[in-house]
Design a binder for this molecule. Structure first.
Ligand code: AP5
Ligand code: ZN
Length: 217
């Protein structure tokens, strides 16, 4: 399967992508997780990106396109397909992804948008806990870990993302509506867009996404 999973901050991209990745045996590429791993390693890109991410802005298109190009070419877990989470995030990124995939003879099959009202996102974002190494996310109320502040799989501590506060979220939402939402029209024009109601339970959202993809592995 070759899909883009889009939606505003807190819509559930990072919650749904691992479920779909396992089901369809496709890689899950989260550009947010990739950037956060640069931040924790203290790379040059990480230092630049942290400042931008904490302010709710976007890292440059060229950098992000190169990251995805490199992953699609060299990450062997993507050979069988991919689920892109957080990329593309601007129309130029979507255009570049399109030409990259066409030249590889592997066009995008679907762009799945997790549709949800902004008013529901504050509680999702402020209650989120993440396991930095894997990108797994939990929620204090909606999806608590088995042991408080501890990752279910590794037993390692959970943290709060530095951009998960109300102020940064407001800016991330402004950026999303201005720069990322127009991608929906771009994919509607190509006839590959589908919208899913993301205000339902995580299980219902997973089922709705699989329905929209035809359940074909
Ligand atoms: P990124 O990490 O992609 O952040 P985002 O788009 O703001 O999305 P989130 O990760 O906040 O939300 P999500 O949809 O994954 O929600 P989740 O499933 O965790 O990007 C971060 C930053 O990096 C950007 O701001 C930008 O600066 C930079 N960046 C990244 N990609 C870039 C690019 N391509 N170009 C330029 N810059 C880029 O769920 C949220 C919470 O809700 C969790 O606690 C979860 O447990 C809970 N939850 C999930 N689903 C449900 C449900 N159905 N019901 C109840 N609770 C739920
Ligand atoms: Zn995410």
């Amino acid at each position: 399967i070759r899909i883009v999973l889009m939606g505003p901050p807190g819509a559930g991209k990072g919650t749904q992508a691992p479920v779909l990745s396992k089901y369809f045996q496709a890689c899950h590429l989260s550009t947010g997780d990739i950037l956060r791993s640069h931040v924790s390693k203290g790379t040059e890109l990480g230092i630049q990106a942290k400042e931008i991410m904490d302010k709710g802005g976007l890292v440059s298109d060229d950098i992000m396109v190169n990251i995805i190009k490199d992953e699609l070419e060299n990450n062997i877990s993507c050979k069988n397909g991919f689920i892109l989470d957080g990329f593309p995030r601007t129309v130029p990124q979507a255009e570049k992804l399109g030409s990259m995939l066409v030249s590889r003879n592997e066009p995008l099959e679907k762009a799945v948008e997790l549709v949800i009202d902004d008013s529901l996102l504050v509680s999702r974002i402020t209650g989120r806990l993440v396991h930095p190494a894997s990108g797994r996310s939990y929620h204090t109320e909606f999806n608590p870990p088995k042991v408080e502040m501890t990752d279910d799989v590794t037993g390692e501590p959970l943290i709060q993302r530095s951009d998960d506060n109300v102020e940064a979220l407001k800016k991330r939402l402004v950026t999303y509506h201005a720069q990322t939402e127009p991608i929906a029209a771009f994919y509607k024009d190509q006839g590959i867009w589908t919208g899913i109601d993301a205000a339902q339970s995580p299980e219902k959202v997973s089922t709705a996404v699989k329905n929209s993809l035809g359940w074909e592995k």
